[in-house]
Design a binder for this molecule. Structure first.
Ligand SMILES: [Zn+2]
Ligand SMILES: [Zn+2]
Ligand SMILES: [Zn+2]
Ligand SMILES: [Zn+2]
Length: 111
């Protein structure tokens, strides 16, 4: 339903259901389901593994070094859990060693 508003799950302000980014706090995916970084199936925060593909949904944040649920943001420091490919600049969750688009090894910063 166009124009129907939902509260942003990060800041609570009302945003359109088709907004990809909250206009108030700037976070991505403000009202949609959290999706598995591997297969894009909807997942729930707190799951250890994706029920669809079995992907482990706990990861080490490459900014703060703490274990976090593999959602859109680190639960500890709030950093976006994505990296940019140094070659083709595609933003992606750090689920493998190589870029999902061009195959170049990703330089994932880990402390
Ligand atoms: Zn927000
Ligand atoms: Zn999955
Ligand atoms: Zn973090
Ligand atoms: Zn690439």
């Amino acid at each position: 339903m166009p124009g129907y508003k939902h509260p942003c799950k990060y800041c609570g302000k009302l945003v359109s259901s088709d907004d990809n980014m909250c206009p108030f706090c700037g976070k991505v995916n403000p009202v949609g389901d959290i999706r598995c970084p591997n297969c894009r199936s909807p997942i729930e925060e707190g799951q250890m593994r994706c029920s669809h593909c079995g992907f482990a949904l706990q990861t080490i944040c490459f900014v703060c070094g703490k274990t976090t649920f593999f959602g859109d943001y680190c639960q500890n420091c709030g950093q976006r859990l994505t990296v940019f490919c140094p070659k083709c600049k595609v933003e992606q969750p750090p689920i493998g060693e190589k870029c999902i688009k061009c195959g170049k090894p990703l330089k994932i910063r880990r402390k």
